[in-house]
Design a binder for this molecule. Structure first.
Ligand SMILES: [Zn+2]
Length: 150
């Protein structure tokens, strides 16, 4: 098994009321040239956790940091009317995400949990990724403080 030191949370950046299946994501990612879906896990609005790429395989979800990370994606991330970035996680998604992250932390206690946007470059080298440094909004909430206790 490869070494895991990072767990990255993503959103699909689709409207919260839009149904997106793991098959859709696999197709989108193949269209971008990936061999299959880039994430290891996908969480639907109803809280069901779908398996994407096997954990033993390197994912394709965060530039430059795929080798030692796991990618988890929840369906949503955009307001269903305005399409603006928003934390659209349903209670079921939050519950499943917390459970999945807890399990993964038991297997990989040294892994840090963060959101995709926290992997943006630290342009001013102050040691943290500030909001203005975000390359994108994904996953549209602050994953680091929310899961710090795990
Ligand atoms: Zn992302």
């Amino acid at each position: 098994m490869r070494k895991i030191n990072l767990i990255v949370v993503h959103c699909t950046a689709t409207r919260s009321n839009t149904k997106v299946t793991i098959e859709d994501l696999t197709q989108w990612h193949k269209a971008r040239g990936f061999k299959t879906i880039g994430y290891h896990f996908v969480i639907s609005q109803n809280g069901v956790v779908h398996n994407g790429r096997p954990l033993s395989d390197i994912g394709a979800h965060v530039e430059g940091m795929n080798a030692n990370s796991i990618g988890i994606c929840y369906i949503g991330g955009l307001n269903d009317k305005t399409s603006k970035p928003e934390d659209t996680r349903t209670p079921a998604q939050k519950e499943s995400l917390l459970e999945l992250l807890s399990q993964l932390k038991r297997v990989y206690p040294g892994a840090k949990i963060c959101g995709h946007r926290d992997c943006s470059p630290d342009t001013n080298h102050n040691g943290k990724i500030d909001k203005w440094e975000y390359l994108k909004d994904c996953p549209c909430f602050d994953a680091i403080p929310e899961y710090e206790h795990l």
